[in-house]
Write a protein that binds this ligand. Structure first.
Ligand code: NAP
Length: 350
């Protein structure tokens, strides 16, 4: 018998669900044993229910797994959730109440006062909220942990080292977000081709709110939001994968351009020290070429888990500006949740 943790995936047939399956194919600690999706897919094998849309073949190990309803009990030790927001809220609570750790990508629980919104490199100490959540909700073994919005994670990975070193007083973000961020089939081709859509429902609010919680301090059993000012504008662009963000920051303490660059380039944190399986050696890769980062060239850096930062320069209105890029379905979704699970395992929460 395998000594790996048995993993269930809720929303297993979707864009993020398929990434989970791909990334977990040869994971040393986790093994996929249960899959769930909508009633369109339930009762079919995964091979019948899922049109595989990632490069390479659907892994053999999941082809014959029967797709079930996303309701406990499932044959697994914990679940990853990539359900649509409206389904995730209640379903994830049901799993947590039934004793399953829920490691979610979906948005409904992210801003819950007792729910860790976790980036292992940025705020690993927020895991302590799990104990408070279990007590306040009467959960026994179960809990809910979330990863941030797929653009917020890219922006906050770049802000966190600068904030720790120099303090970020304010930040203006403009995103250029990939089509896969909208799920499948997502944006209609006639809307996306030859076009930029300057609206992604709820996205600007998520970036502005989640950034403050992610960089907030844990004290007295709650997260006190950071006080920096954040302004975000979001655009959908005709790129398959990879969210790019133009970021301008005003710093609280003076810093030279070399110091800013070095602070980003040398950043390592808890996942690198613990050598977690999915942790990239370099969470932030700084590129000095004038025309990087680019989605097609840089989204797979660090197996999709590194954020690439370039165009670091002084700014005439704010203090500094830079471009940050991350893979939205890996660092922004499935990979982020898997890294969260690896940290939770290392800390004894699974
Ligand atoms: P998607 O491609 O539309 O997939 C949705 C998945 O949920 C499918 O497996 C679908 O199953 C299942 N589902 C839909 N309605 C359901 C219902 N009523 N009951 C049970 N299962 C249901 O979406 P996605 O892009 O993977 O996104 C999934 C979640 O992750 C969303 O909350 C999204 O906001 C979040 N997220 C996405 C990204 C990204 O880059 N795409 C990044 C971060 C977070 P069927 O195939 O059976 O319909």
């Amino acid at each position: 018998m395998s000594d790996k943790f048995r993993v269930g995936i809720l929303g297993a047939t979707g864009v993020v669900g398929q990434r989970f399956i791909q990334l977990l194919e040869s994971h040393p600690q986790f093994e996929v044993t249960a899959l769930a999706a909508s009633d369109r897919s339930q009762g079919k094998t995964y091979a019948e229910a899922c049109t595989w849309r990632l490069p390479g073949e659907m892994p053999d190990a999941v082809r014959q797994i029967a797709v079930q309803a996303p309701a406990p009990p499932l044959e697994c030790d914990f679940v990853f959730s990539s359900l649509p927001g409206d389904v995730a809220k209640q379903t994830e609570e049901e799993f947590a109440r039934a004793g399953y750790p829920v490691i979610s990508n979906s948005s409904p629980h992210r801003m819950g006062a007792d729910v860790p919104l976790l980036i292992p490199e940025v705020n690993p100490e927020h895991i302590a909220l799990i104990d408070i959540q279990r007590t306040s909700r009467g959960y026994d073994r179960g809990f809910i942990v979330t990863n941030p919005n797929c653009s917020a994670i890219v922006v906050v990975m770049a802000l966190a080292p600068l904030h720790a070193e120099f303090g970020v007083a304010s930040c203006v973000v403009t995103t250029m977000q990939a089509l896969s961020g909208a799920g499948y089939p997502g944006v209609a081709s006639l809307d996306a081709t030859d076009n930029v859509i300057p609206f992604i429902g709820g996205e600007e609010e998520k970036i502005e709110a989640e950034t403050l919680k992610l960089l907030g301090r844990l004290g007295n059993g709650r997260i006190e939001d950071d006080r920096m000012l954040v302004s975000a504008q979001c655009n959908r662009v005709n790129v398959t994968d990879g969210h790019l963000a133009a970021v301008r920051v005003r710093l609280s303490r003076p810093a030279s351009l070399d110091q800013v660059r070095e602070t980003l380039a040398s950043f390592v944190s808890e996942p690198q020290r613990l050598k977690l399986h999915s942790a990239p050696a370099k969470p932030i890769i700084v590129r000095d070429e004038a025309d990087r980062p680019q989605p097609r060239l840089d989204r797979d850096a660090g197996k999709g888990m590194s954020v690439t930062v370039g165009r670091i320069a002084r700014d005439k209105v704010m203090d500094y500006r830079l471009m940050a890029l991350g893979h939205n379905t890996i660092r922004g979704a499935a990979g982020a949740a898997i890294l969260n699970a690896e940290l939770l395992m290392a800390r004894g929460y699974l």
